[in-house]
Design a protein around this ligand. Sequence first.
Ligand SMILES: [Fe+2]
Ligand SMILES: [Fe+2]
Length: 279
Amino acid sequence: MRKSFPVEELARDPRFVRVEMRERLADPRPRPTNTDGKRNNNRLVPQRPDAPDAARALMHGIFVGEIQALEGAGRTCWDFTTGDGDNEAPFALKLDMARQCWDEARHVEISLKLSDHMGTEIGEFSENTFLYEAACNPDPVLRLTGVNRALEGLAIDVFTTMKDFGDIAGDPILEFCEDWMLADEVTHVKMGSDWLRRITANDKERQQQALEFQRTIDKLFSFGGFRGESEENPVHLARRFREMAGFTEDEITELVDVAAEAHAEAIARSEAAATASGA
Ligand SMILES: [Fe+2]
Ligand SMILES: [Fe+2]
């Protein structure tokens, strides 16, 4: 069996619709607005006019993310020889990844049933394969930092948002399922934090490269104010769970700064586009 499986060849049936990240970011269509004309990307609460569709879209995103998390963790068990060398993965790391596969397979099933519960069909929303692409990094430490710490860290924030949404919307099934998956994600992020620190304890350069890779991904996924700490951000940073997952106070503060930076850049970009079009 070949090592490092290309993203283009991931097995999907015809229901899935793949959309590249760059296509999404370059989408020229204006974002939907509320009746008061403000951009409709506020915190996900039932009062938001588009709340049902926004929640279903987020849930479908979680579903495809779970599939890719399963594929990525599975690849990490296989793509590297077992050992302590630079291009190898220690046996205990592979054991963690095998446990993660088990969790993610369960999350795929839960997410599929939750999507059905919310009235969504597979492929109703697109699939972005960025998570799997981050899981193709040739350095196992960068894989774990990019996937487990950045993207599953984002999953912690998203699951907390969805759990709160289930709570205030009066949907105990959604609330319970998100809480259940959240507990596993905290464990996965903690694995990323622990392995990053353990493997790079005597290699500060590799540690910096891994943290830089994480920062790039964190910024990408904070694009347009998707994640932040104000009411304007649909997804909030779950500080307490981040701490439980091995993030230091400084790392959480840095993440808040990265999110604010990405938000400010997006606002500047949309104002420049509005000026250019004479609006
Ligand atoms: Fe998961
Ligand atoms: Fe996970």
